[in-house]
Design a protein around this ligand. Sequence first.
Ligand code: ATP
Length: 193
Amino acid sequence: MRIKRLKLSGFKSFVEPAELRIETGLTGVVGPNGCGKSNLLEAIRWVMGENSAKSLRGGGMEDVIFAGTAQRPSRDFAEVVLHAEDGEGEELEVVRRIERGAGSAYRVNGRDVRAKDVALVFADAATGAHSPALVSQGKIAAVIAAKPAERRQMLEEAAGIAGLHVRRKDAEQKLRATEANLARLEDIMGQLD
Ligand code: ATP
């Protein structure tokens, strides 16, 4: 998957709508301390479904919304749009929006979807909010210090099989529900005999 464009509005320090084109090849983001370089990487993680406030350097999920400054009032929502191209050259547009008091909503190619569906789209393309391709400050040291199980998770994400675990969990839940239904049916049949 190749990320082609990123649009931010009200996300952290990006109070005004901003659009970035990410060309093929190496992209560098330069700027003075505190200008929002890390916020850009966090916007990519966030639109991919990141839900850990800690990994977004916030106390709660709504902390990604522009909090206001001495000169500017705060915003009520934050939105990030990611345009990408999948391995087959198909265009993909993922939108995540959060409103104060209303939580997050996602859209993929114009359709409302669940957070889980977004995670699967990226997991199947061997990427996602926890992809080792998104290297934030301190990440290299974290990889070196990672426990074997954590390293395995990183490798599984890089190999594109992380989505299989989500589907397996879903299938196991359905199986358990079906088993419970069957047991109830047998009870009822037993009472009828
Ligand atoms: P450095 O080079 O020091 O790592 P950076 O360019 O990566 O800095 P970021 O850490 O991305 O900068 O941006 C930090 C800035 O974003 C700070 O000025 C902070 O006040 C601002 N910021 C973060 N969250 C919000 C928010 N919710 N509302 C407004 N501003 C925010």
